[in-house]
Design a protein around this ligand. Sequence first.
Ligand code: CA
Length: 437
Amino acid sequence: MASPITKSALGAVLALAAVALITPARAQAQTTGSIFGGFTAPQPQATGGGHPLMTPQAIAQAQANFPNCIASMWPLAQSKGVSRRTFERYTSRLEPDMKIMDYLDSQPEFSKPTGAYVEMLVSDWRVKKGREILARYKPIFDQVEKAYGVDRYAVAAIWGIESTYGDPKGIGSRNVLVSTATLACIGRRQDYFRDEFIATLQILDKDDVPYDHLKGSWAGAFGPTQFMPTSFQRFAVDFDRDGKRNVVDSIPDIIASTANNLKLDGWEFGKAWGYEVVLPKGFDYRYVNRTFKQSLGQWASLGVARPGGKGFPRASDQAFLLLPAGANGPAFLMLGNFNAILKYNPADAYALAIGHLADRLRGGGHFAQAWPNEERGLSKAERLEIQGRLSQMGYDIGNVDGILGQKTKSAIQDFQVRKGLLPDGYPDVALLQQMRR
Ligand code: CA
């Protein structure tokens, strides 16, 4: 991958659901670290460049320099095959959208608990609507599944969660060229967005998507499955063979491009993304560690079982154990396809929602185990405090950055063992209170 960041924007799905998320989740996860601070997904790293910290004065300067900044992109655009005619046509009157600066650094105070997030996204309504979409476009899904070897339900789930199956409010209404140009010249992530801006010019140069249809989130994710421009360049395909890779207006191109994306990110056909599992009494929670993988058969020999006594197909598949809400919530064994979904958007809760919606669309039921009734997730200050306290206790938790990765979770598990608690490694308010004692 050219960038650790794949794409963007859960879109207004979340805003529609009246959640305290100011910005599209996917874009947020990529530009500021993560709104899912409590989760262990591999986190996007800042790619450097731009201004480390944009003061109002620096922003004003960058805004004044915007035309020069855009003009200076010509050699790069040219090297990517953009014609001078296209470049002038689309950049000569370009102006930045300064409202985007407000989104770039905003974060909700608290992360949303995984259970509430997944339940909100995998609603009965979204399941019903998804089944309608699968029926309506069945011939296309048939062809795409055959061509790419990617589960149609996973593709439909991404479509459903990224934009509520193409709802304009979910897609976003900002002009992608303006958004990426703004962020390429102003703000903290200029190197990253410069590539997105150039990739947008390439789309316009090839006329894959008409200028007026290139609309999306403030971070530049566009179309029903929210391709970032660089992801578009890597993954989009012209499945209806009209000469355009139009992931905004062509249903065959949307479905096939999304399938191609999952395929190239490692999707294995005919395999599950993971299984909900029940842990036996007396289970050693130190097995909860995403870096520890063993076969489903080995997990079964430890007494880990699917609810209702269903067995594991392909007992040799490697899996890791994930407890997204700690010991009081459902447990999952995660397989390779879970990691393919994580490449679409690096947050466990997102990937779990996609996987669960895919299963529901296929006819599966709700999870057997209930989510804990958590009032809220941790704030960034609280996550930093947990890391700071673990650091003071002598644990190596990597950077104190508010992102609680496996190192932090392993340290939490060790702390829990020492305190005689269940070592599920789950960081919540109760754990922080325990640490403060
Ligand atoms: Ca096409």
